[in-house]
Design a protein. Structure first.
Length: 473
């Protein structure tokens, strides 16, 4: 039997089951007791096991009771046989490094520590300097990964996301432009299922391997946005469950506040639907049908009814509905879907835990005259207008211009491409009346002067090429 020790700061010993191992032993540790001394404390382990068995007997939980009795028979070797030792996220880096240095025998185990995709390289280097070794025994648990990854894989994951974030920030894009540029980075991968779920879903395995499915795309996009850390561009993952079959889907939810384009709202993007279909495919570069759609519009695209896990209920009148429910003092079960949805909205937009008080005492702790306008604000941002061609065409122009500078062959940049993008992506003009004999997009590009901007860009590029040729001579 193999297991894991989890160090925690609370005062309760606990034995439970782990998804990947036979058992997990939670041991309170303020890091003031040596590892060897903790391993000698068999009495505490025996008491904890007996308490768990007694509880399971009372609950008549035969399945778990059988597993716990099996652990009791092996109790003399449980601590010794642990393969993993995990430090909970409560501990600071400094505390953990100090404890590892004072207890070198721990390095014979696989050590798990918690980290974030936003951790900077300086902290990582400080950790390595503090331990003064190769850190091959160290593994990192991240929100973006189901399984812990080695120090080497964590470093390269961080390195790749950091390089992409630096690249995006270097262009000084507006939030809308950043969203499009990142969307194109993420969907430039072919959908490939892995041999096991984590291979195509965990961020590290997606970035360092060649497998990716919907959750992998969604985690990739969120990781880049999180690393950029712009309050006007935030990204979360929307997990969808099918109402008709087993299985589901994942896409991204983005909050955008863009002064340049006068856009503020929450939009959904689906890089899985918009991905390239093969390594030879180039059609994806002119198709933005699944980029920044309001929630109601994205749901029309789904081929079957899907339930959003973090937003179990949503409607244009949900604030009024919740107000009536609170006034009528309905049961908690009746309003839970509303509260969970509003909690998610607040997190996406403001990174705020909206209901800090116990939900059951909501109507007594937060005056409705304060609460309801706040909820309506969040609801309205989740119900924005569809982005018009007048907005999206200049966004594409700014983004594709930079992409073309990087790789002119892969990212063609001209009026023909822009017209094709607008047509394939079903970008609609909201203003202006144009002659039926002329394509509306072509007419709009002339009216707003974008055709001249294309000509100017091409002229400048031609001059640069001539100058470069002269320098080479």
């Amino acid at each position: 039997m193999t297991g894991k020790i989890l160090f925690v700061k609370d005062d309760l010993h606990h034995i439970t089951y782990d998804d990947q191992l036979d058992y997990r032993i939670e041991i309170p540790n303020q890091l003031d007791v040596s590892y060897s001394e903790l391993m000698r404390n068999q009495k505490q382990l025996e008491e904890t096991l007996q308490e768990s068995i007694t509880i399971l007997e009372v609950l008549e939980d035969e399945e778990n009771l059988e597993a716990m009795l099996k652990l009791q028979k092996e109790q003399d070797t449980l601590l010794e046989n642990t393969e993993w030792v995990e430090f909970s996220s409560e501990y600071t880096w400094e505390e953990m490094v100090s404890y590892l240095k004072e207890n070198p025998e721990l390095k014979q185990k696989k050590i798990i520590c918690h980290a974030s995709i936003t951790m900077d390289f300086q902290r990582l280097k400080e950790l390595q300097r503090g331990l003064q070794d190769d850190m091959e025994y160290l593994y990192f648990a991240m929100e973006e990964n189901q399984l812990p990854v080695s120090y080497r894989d964590f470093y390269h994951t961080l390195e790749k996301i950091e390089s992409l974030a630096v690249q995006v920030k270097s262009f000084q894009f507006s939030p809308l432009e950043m969203a499009m540029y990142i969307y194109d980075i993420v969907r430039d991968h072919v959908y490939v299922e892995g041999n096991y779920p984590e291979e195509s879903r965990d961020l590290s395995r997606v970035l360092l391997g060649d497998k990716m499915v919907c959750l992998g795309y969604a985690r990739f996009m969120k990781a880049i946005v999180d690393r950029i850390d712009d309050p006007n561009l935030r990204c979360e993952i929307s997990i969808l469950c099918s109402e008709q079959r087993e299985g589901g889907h994942a896409r991204n939810v983005l909050y955008i506040n863009d002064e340049k384009y006068q856009v503020q709202g929450v939009y959904y993007s689906d890089p899985t639907f918009g991905r390239k279909m093969s390594e030879e495919d180039q059609n994806w570069l002119t198709d933005y049908r699944f980029f920044l759609l309001p929630k109601f519009a994205m749901e029309l695209i789904d081929q079957e009814p899907m339930q959003e896990e973090d937003m179990p209920y949503f409607s244009s009148h949900m604030v009024e509905e919740l107000e009536r429910a609170l006034e009528e003092c309905v049961s908690l079960e009746d309003i839970k879907p509303y509260l969970k949805s509003f909690q998610f909205m607040a997190w996406v937009i403001d990174r705020k835990q909206l209901f800090s008080q116990p939900i059951w005492s909501l109507q007594y702790n937060i005056p409705l005259e304060i609460l309801l306008p706040q909820l309506e604000y969040y609801r309205s941002l989740f119900w924005p207008d569809i982005l018009s061609a007048e907005t999206l065409l200049p966004v594409w122009f700014a983004v594709r211009r930079k992409q073309n500078d990087q790789n002119a062959v892969k990212y063609p940049f001209g009026l023909e491409e822009l017209e094709e993008v607008a047509e394939k992506s079903v970008w609609l003009l909201f203003n202006g009346n144009y002659d039926e004999e002329e394509h509306p997009i072509s007419a709009y590009l002339k009216d707003c002067g974008m055709d001249r901007q294309f000509a100017q860009v091409q002229f400048v590029k031609a001059i640069k090429k001539v100058c470069e040729k002269k320098k080479k001579r």
